[in-house]
Design a protein around this ligand. Structure first.
Ligand code: NDP
Ligand code: 2IT
Length: 446
């Protein structure tokens, strides 16, 4: 980075948070994009915006004790990082996965600030979760965990303060249990969590929103470059919430999705993945993706999830987890003719993979922009809860589509303003940052 101040702040972050690799990676990427902004805006340096934005407003770490089906006590660690409330109440998901530690929650919370800003809705950034693993647990165990988690988290939440939602491992079942626990403790029925069931304040199209939004954003990016989904071959990693509905929308837009994965391995079906089967296996029966080949003998299963990037495709949509797409996978994609990578997961591409995309003129849709449809629709769920009203599917989906078009336009325009045309990563970071930065400056040193 050219800017001296940004280098100093980055050094300070490394000095005090050096053991949080994912957080350092997320800050470094954003700061590199903000280099020309820091050069052009000494007023933001004077207002301490860069120094302040890398420090969460509040971090909560707590014990989550619960009793398993054998009657034994289990203990997990719970987190909520309330990163930035300059433009609205803290908003962001809860991740339940054994890999969760403070560095993951902080990287997700940091990215959430800029993503939420890009949606144009009044939402600040936050993230939480636990190292609890819902896999292999009974519904009763998941419920007891969620109730214990809420017994602490409730005091830090509120519909005008902090509104959590789902993320990896946290779906409709977990949000339902958490909402029930919150309502009982507080004796109030408010839109304090999003991704709720449709019978108790959830929004139509929230389940689909991240995957659909990813395709709407990607379609804008393709269109701006004279291309489209129609007739294209697509590879999607993951087979959870985001991956499933990305598959559905890409297919509706005329593409053929030929590969999907889970953390154990990947399947290739040259006829196009049978999405009903994936939904049944993953959403209903909570089974492994390898079971797909039992009913689809023409498909192949391969152990290990990284190999999915060796499957030839035109468009790749990483929708599983951070750093799942490395430099060698990026080279493999390029070698096989892939010309577009658009991110459904948060930070799925390593910095060196991104360098490969840049060096090969790949159309690259960065997560903060491309996957913002989920949180945007959470924002629409909050609006409906406040109105005590609900919109039909089409209304929500149309708004989502409009929001994703606007996000693409903002990224495109910000990139052009800083002479970085086509660099949507820089555009997303700059556009997301500027709104938050102006608000932080206007509100003074807080
Ligand atoms: P789900 O829990 O529904 O699905 C996660 C999928 O990714 C599963 O197929 C899972 O496989 C796979 N996966 C998870 N961890 C790993 C890992 N360490 N290595 C390999 N594969 C892994 O989560 P979502 O679909 O909700 O989330 C996917 C990504 O999208 C995450 O990065 C999340 O932060 C991001 N995101 C989610 C949004 C949402 O609204 N849900 C919004 C915006 C972004 P397995 O079943 O084997 O664990
Ligand atoms: O990463 C994300 O944007 C999410 N997991 C969704 C957050 C939300 O509040 O809907």
């Amino acid at each position: 980075m050219k800017n001296q101040h940004l280098n100093e702040v980055m050094e300070q972050v490394r000095a005090i948070d050096g053991d949080q690799a994912e957080f350092i990676q997320a800050v470094q990427e954003v700061f590199e994009s903000l280099d020309p902004v820091a050069e052009a805006r000494p007023d933001l340096i004077k207002a301490g915006v860069f120094k302040r934005i890398v420090e969460p407003e509040r971090q909560i770490i707590f014990r989550v004790p619960w009793i398993d089906d054998n009657g034994d006590i289990q203990v997990n660690r719970g987190y909520r990082v309330q990163f930035n409330s300059a433009i609205g109440p803290y908003k962001g998901g809860l991740r339940l996965h054994p890999s969760v530690y403070i560095g993951i929650i902080k990287f997700l919370g940091f990215e959430q600030i800029f993503k939420n800003s890009l949606t144009g809705l009044p939402m600040g950034g936050g993230k939480g979760g636990s190292n609890f693993d819902p896999k292999g647990k009974s519904d009763a165990e998941v419920m007891r965990f969620c109730q214990s988690f809420m017994t602490e988290l409730y005091r830090h939440m509120g519909p005008d303060c902090d509104i959590p939602a789902g993320d990896i491992g946290t779906g409709a079942r977990e949000i339902g249990y958490m909402f029930g626990a919150y309502k009982r403790i507080r004796n109030e029925f408010t839109g304090v969590l999003t991704g709720k069931g449709l019978s108790f304040g959830g929004s139509l199209a929230r389940t689909e929103a991240t995957g659909f939004g990813l395709c709407y954003f990607t379609n804008e990016m393709l269109k701006a470059n004279g291309k489209g989904f129609d007739g294209q071959t697509v590879v999607i990693s993951g087979s959870g919430n985001v991956a499933t509905y990305a598959n559905q929308k890409a297919t509706e837009m005329g593409a053929k999705v030929v590969a999907m994965s889970d953390s154990s391995g990947y399947i290739v079906d040259k006829d196009g993945i049978d999405l009903d089967c994936i939904k049944q296996l993953k959403e209903v029966e909570r089974r492994r993706i390898k079971d797909y080949v039992d009913t689809h003998p023409q498909a192949e299963y391969h152990e290990g999830c990284n190999g999915i990037w060796t499957v030839p495709c035109d468009i790749a949509l990483p929708c599983a987890t951070q750093n799942e797409l490395t430099m060698s996978s990026a080279k493999e994609l390029v070698k096989n003719g892939c010309y577009c990578v658009s991110e459904g997961a948060n930070m799925p591409s390593t910095p060196r993979a991104i360098d490969v995309f840049k060096g090969s003129n790949i159309l690259y849709g960065p997560a903060k922009a491309a996957n913002a449809g989920g949180v945007a629709t959470s924002g629409l769920e909050m609006s409906q809860n406040s109105l005590r009203y609900s919109w039909d599917f089409e209304q929500v989906d149309n708004r989502l589509q409009g929001i994703m078009e606007n996000i693409f336009a903002s990224c495109d325009q910000a990139a052009k303003e800083f002479n970085l045309e086509g660099n949507y990563m820089a555009g997303a970071n700059i556009a997301g940052f500027l709104k938050v930065a102006e608000a932080m400056k206007a509100q003074g040193c807080v």
